[in-house]
Design a binder for this molecule. Structure first.
Ligand SMILES: C=C(O[C@@H]1C=C(C(=O)O)C=C[C@H]1O)C(=O)O
Length: 137
């Protein structure tokens, strides 16, 4: 038995008939993708909770927001893990750099708020980080 593919955002191409078995397999795989995406979001939220605490610790002790030596260690480690997991190490590195850049932005804001009591608003005081990362605390 076949069912119709209802996706209409396909450049006007007529919807293709899709076999029910294929549709079921696609749904199963997408259910797993949804679970994995949820896990990634929860893990990222936990990571940002930790990095926020690091940010407050650094601000309280006048330590720099970024630690390039630690970043280099993490990138090496993650590239190794990615290779073992058959994930593109370049992709893993890009992803980690993206996350770290957001963390450093948070740390700079925390340091600024710690110094100025959050009154200057020079680095943004909306309480969120925009489209990525965790909320400010
Ligand atoms: C979290 C820290 O601050 C920054 C962010 C890092 C990260 O997100 O892993 C690593 C190093 C620092 O540049 C830290 O120093 O541990």
């Amino acid at each position: 038995m076949t069912i119709s593919n209802t996706n209409e955002a396909n450049n006007g191409t007529p919807a293709k008939e899709v076999d029910a078995d294929v549709r079921e397999e696609l749904t199963r795989l997408r259910d797993s993708i949804d679970n994995i995406d949820a896990a990634v979001v929860h893990m990222l939220a936990e990571r940002f909770k930790c990095t926020q605490r690091v940010g407050h610790l650094k601000a309280a002790h006048q330590l720099p927001a970024a630690d390039p030596a630690r970043e280099a260690q993490q990138i090496n480690r993650l590239r190794g893990l990615a290779e073992s997991a058959k994930l593109d190490p370049a992709f893993a590195e890009k992803l980690l750099n993206f996350i770290i850049a957001e963390v450093i932005r948070h740390h700079e804001r925390i340091a600024d708020n710690t110094l100025n009591g959050g009154t200057t608003g020079t680095t943004g005081t909306t309480g969120t980080t925009g489209t990525t990362g965790a909320t400010d605390k």
